[in-house]
Ligand binder design. Structure first.
Ligand code: GLY
Length: 401
C-alpha cells in the first residue's frame, strides 16, 4: 500500500455536487441554531470534549469562528423570524468583540484577523454595523503594534522583543486581510504597508524546497536576520504540520488576492501540491503530513486542514486561467465530498460540532505544544467547512477575509 494517495486515485475521487453541498450547508445551519440556544450568549471553546463544546466567555483566539458561522447562516436564510434571530445573535456578539478590544482583554497576540474578520468585518459588510467597523479597526490597530522593524514581521505570541518569542508563524497570513480591510476603510496606508512587509518576510522563509512549510520562523532580534525554522504543533521540526500547510494554501491565496504578485501563485502551487500528494486514500489529512495510509490506529486526523485547504483552492481559482482554476476547484470539490460523506456530523446527539475528527494540538516527543483537542471537533474546522460550502454554492460570495 502506498503511504499517500496516488495522483491517479486522487483524480478518480468523486466531487461534491451542488445538491449535496446545499444539503450539507442546511444541516450546518440547523446545528448553528441549536448551538445558539445552548450557548445563551457565550462562545464555544476552541475544541470540543467528546464532540461537545464547553461554552465560555469571549477570551480565546477562536471565538470569531462561531460568530462567522452565525453570519454565514444569516446570509443563507430567507427573510423572516429565524433570520432576525441570527441577526440579533450576530450583533450581540459584535458588542462582545467591541468590549473585548476596548478593554484589551486577551488581545496581546497576533490573532486579531481570526477574531475580528469573520465576526466584525462580516457584521459591517452584511449589516453596516458601525460597532463592527469600530471594533475591527481597533483590532487592526492592535495587530500593527506587534510589528517588528528588525526582521519585518508581526510577532505571533508573547512579550514583544523577547528572544524566545522573536518569531512569526505561518497561520498569521490569515490575520493580514484585516489590515488590508482597515487600510481601505480608514484610508490609512500604514495597515497595508505592514501587511505587505510581513507577507514578504513570510514568503521568503516559510516554504521549504519541497513545498512543505515551517510552522514557525525565529528571527534574530539583534540583526533581524533569519535565525531558524521550528515547529510548535507539528510532529517534529522538519515535518509538515497539516494545518500549517493548509494555512499556507489559504494564506498564499489571500496574499495573491491583495498583492497580485505573480510569484505568489508559484508558492501556492508548491504548497498545495505538497498537501495534495500527502493525503491518505480517504482524503482527510492526518494531523501531520508525515503520517498516511496505515497510521489510522495510532495517529489522529485533522479534518479542519482539509476544509481550510479547500477554501484556499477555491479562493485562488478566482484568479487563475480556466484550466488551472478547474484543477484546483476540482480538488476542493473532492476534499469536500470526502468531508461531507465521512466527516460531517449529521446526528446532533453524536456531536455539537459540524465536522468530526479535527485535531487542535497533539503532543509529540519533538514538539513544544500542550496537548488539547485531539480527534475532536474544532471550531475553525466547523467555520471553514461552512465557508467552503458557501464558496461552492455561491462563487460570487464576498468573503470575510
Ligand atoms: N492558529 C492556531 C492553530 O491553527 O492551531
Amino acid at each position: 500500500m502506498d503511504k499517500w494517495i496516488t495522483q491517479e486515485k486522487l483524480c478518480e475521487a468523486s466531487e461534491i455536487s451542488a445538491e449535496d453541498a446545499s444539503k450539507a450547508l442546511d444541516r450546518c445551519i440547523a446545528k448553528v441554531e441549536q448551538a445558539l440556544l445552548c450557548y445563551g450568549g457565550l462562545f464555544p471553546g476552541p475544541a470540543s470534549v467528546k464532540n461537545f463544546y464547553i461554552p465560555g466567555e469571549n477570551r480565546s483566539w477562536t471565538t470569531g469562528f462561531f460568530t462567522g458561522e452565525v453570519w454565514l447562516s444569516y446570509e443563507n436564510l430567507p427573510e423572516g423570524r429565524k433570520k432576525d434571530l441570527f441577526l440579533e445573535a450576530g450583533l450581540s456578539h459584535v458588542d462582545s468583540f467591541l468590549e473585548r478590544i476596548e478593554s484589551r482583554t486577551d488581545v496581546d497576540h497576533h490573532d486579531m484577523g481570526f477574531l475580528y474578520s469573520p465576526s466584525c468585518v462580516a457584521a459591517y459588510q452584511l449589516t453596516g454595523s458601525q460597532k463592527g467597523k469600530r471594533a475591527a479597526v481597533l483590532a487592526a490597530d492592535q495587530l500593527i503594534t506587534r510589528f517588528q522593524e528588525k526582521g519585518q514581521f508581526l510577532q505571533a505570541w508573547g512579550e514583544m522583543g523577547a528572544r524566545d518569542n522573536y518569531r512569526f508563524i505561518i497561520d498569521c497570513l490569515l490575520n493580514l486581510p484585516l489590515l488590508y480591510w482597515a487600510a481601505e476603510e480608514t484610508g490609512k496606508p500604514v495597515y497595508r504597508d505592514i501587511a505587505q512587509r510581513h507577507i514578504h518576510t513570510a514568503m521568503s522563509y516559510v516554504i521549504r524546497e519541497d513545498g512543505s512549510t515551517w510552522h514557525t520562523i525565529f528571527m534574530d532580534p539583534v540583526t533581524g536576520a533569519f535565525d531558524h525554522g521550528a515547529t510548535c504543533q507539528g510532529y517534529r521540526d522538519g515535518s509538515a504540520w497539516a494545518r500549517g500547510q493548509a494555512w499556507g494554501i489559504y494564506g498564499t491565496a489571500v496574499a495573491y488576492k491583495y498583492t497580485r504578485r505573480t510569484e505568489y501563485f508559484e508558492y501556492f502551487r508548491r504548497v498545495a501540491g505538497y498537501f495534495l500528494s500527502h493525503l491518505p486514500d480517504d482524503l482527510c489529512p492526518f494531523w501531520d503530513l508525515t503520517f498516511g495510509n496505515g497510521d489510522e490506529t495510532s495517529e489522529p486526523r485533522d479534518s479542519s486542514s482539509a476544509v481550510i485547504a479547500a477554501c484556499g483552492m477555491l479562493e485562488m481559482s478566482k484568479y487563475l486561467p480556466e484550466d488551472t482554476a478547474d484543477y484546483y476547484t476540482g480538488m476542493a470539490r473532492r476534499l469536500m465530498k470526502a468531508m461531507t460523506v465521512h466527516y460531517q456530523s449529521t446526528d446532533p446527539k453524536e456531536a455539537q460540532g459540524q465536522l468530526l475528527h479535527g485535531t487542535y494540538s497533539k503532543k509529540s516527543p519533538y514538539n513544544t505544544c500542550t496537548q488539547e483537542g485531539v480527534d475532536e471537533c474544532v471550531i475553525w474546522g466547523d467555520y471553514f467547512f461552512m465557508e467552503a460550502l458557501q464558496r461552492l454554492l455561491r462563487p460570487e460570495w464576498t468573503i470575510y477575509w
